[in-house]
Design a protein around this ligand. Structure first.
Ligand code: UD1
Length: 418
């Protein structure tokens, strides 16, 4: 629960360091299950979703502890293969451990995660992939049960480039001797980071970052040390908050190549993005935007990330013109349009398409964070708005943003959490 109170109208100025990527850290933590000895992970963000993954690993028998800034995972004692239902309910990404468990112990059981605020999100592609590698699938009282004491390497063609399914299959394949090929694989930077981690453990991974990934698995994988890549969604959020407030911010630990859909659009609108040495990006926004209609649709990487769509919509309210956003990854991820309307935004939206009338002033209101990115969008809208915007369900936002209020306050924003 809790809320953020934002008094907008200030420019963001200063320097901010982007944290490690949540969406890279979660699968890599799950992949640690595969190791025969301890794994050290650096730059894991301190977030609620990471805490849930720690609980998942502990429930399976792993020892997990923070050692200063590093997370140490020792999977030597993992013998449990049933993911507790309450953890699965808390976080869908708990599903990442089924691939590693299946490959390591020959079994995995999980309830199918139900619908969530942004759509149904089934796991049929994950399950199909494991069955192609020889796993038997059964529905039991405890949930979906996968048995595969003798998995075999093979080729899996995904019907959609699901990020989670690609990662789950890569992890299982790393412990299956022989070459497993994943066709129509997802290409997100987090997939490449996971591939590098699996390689450090001793597997061979070719083609990560392309739609055709080949994993040559080993019978044993060793513990290792790894630093998680920077969070491109967090970087995008601060970039958009800067662009929405005529700000000037230096983002540290930001890899601009990971933001292909966003940077081109911001530059077209007159935002200066300058790469500086050492993974730093300087963001200099203009005082006002010319009338420019913007049209975008979300898609798998390198398309425009669905996780940046809500924040981009809030930013577009600053740009005069009629804009169109089409959400093509999830079937119901435009709920923030309704909350933005409470602030006076002129947006028409159904479940997939939104028409946004930008360049008109907003007024403060009390709004609700429906999911974490929708919540970040409301924070951006609050920063753009004179007066006091109250955003409830702060804990939802904090699933994905570490120290959001402190980071923005450092840049001169008037924001408090309570
Ligand atoms: C990951 C990210 C999430 C991001 C999403 C898309 C993590 C922890 N989460 O989620 O932040 O929004 O990628 O970039 O990395 N689908 C199926 N069947 C499946 C799997 C997926 O139909 O078995 C559908 C989903 O319902 C959705 C689409 O495919 O409509 C994309 O899902 P997917 O790429 O799997 O996203 P996640 O891995 O869940």
């Amino acid at each position: 629960m809790g809320e953020f109170v934002v008094r907008g109208g200030r420019r963001l100025e200063g320097t901010l360091k982007v944290h490690g990527a949540k969406n890279a850290a979660l699968p890599i933590m799950a992949a640690s299950v595969l190791a025969s000895g301890p794994v050290e992970l650096k730059d894991v963000p301190k977030l609620r979703d990471v805490d849930v993954m720690i609980q998942v690993l502990q429930s399976l028998g792993a020892s997990v502890k923070w050692s200063g800034p590093s997370l140490i995972i020792d999977p030597s004692d993992i013998h449990q293969y049933v993911i507790p239902e309450e953890l699965m309910m808390k976080m869908r990404a708990s599903i990442f451990v089924i691939g590693p468990l299946l490959a390591k112990l020959g079994h995995a059981v999980a309830i199918q995660p139900g619908g969530c605020s942004i759509g149904d999100r089934p796991i049929d592609i994950h399950i199909y992939g494991f069955s192609q590698l020889g796993a038997k699938v059964a529905e039991t009282d405890q949930g979906t049960r996968l048995d595969g004491p003798r998995l075999r390497a093979g080729t899996v063609h995904l019907s959609y480039p699901s990020v989670g399914a690609t990662e789950n299959l890569m992890m299982a394949a790393a412990l299956i001797p022989g070459e497993t090929r994943i066709r129509n694989a997802a290409m997100e930077p987090e997939i490449v980071d996971l591939a590098q981690f699996l390689e450090k453990m001793g597997a061979v991974v070719r083609g990560a970052g392309t739609p055709d990934i080949r994993v040559i698995g080993k019978t044993e994988l060793k513990g290792t040390s790894h630093t998680v890549i920077p969070d491109r969604i967090e970087a995008a959020t601060y970039m958009l908050a800067t662009a929405a407030t005529a700000g000037h911010v230096m983002l540290e630990n930001c890899i601009i190549e990971h933001l292909p859909g966003l940077t081109g659009r911001l530059r077209d609108l007159g935002v200066e993005l300058t790469e500086r040495e050492g993974d730093r990006v300087e963001v200099q926004a203009p005082n006002a935007y010319p009338t420019t209609p913007v049209s975008l649709h979300t898609g798998p990487y390198p398309g425009f990330a669905t996780d940046m769509q809500a924040q981009f919509m809030a930013f577009l309210l600053k740009v005069p013109g009629v804009h169109i956003i089409s959400e093509r990854v999830f079937e119901n991820r435009l709920g923030h349009a309704r909350e933005l309307r409470r602030m006076g935004a002129q947006i028409m939206a159904d479940q997939r398409i939104a028409l946004i009338y930008g360049g008109r002033p907003l007024h403060p209101s009390t709004v609700r964070a429906l999911d974490l990115r929708a919540g970040a969008a409301l924070v951006i809208a609050g920063l753009m708005t004179e007066g006091e915007t109250v955003i409830s369900d702060r804990d939802v936002i904090e699933r994905g943003y570490q120290d959001l209020d402190l980071q923005l306050a450092e840049l001169g924003a008037d924001i408090t959490g309570r």
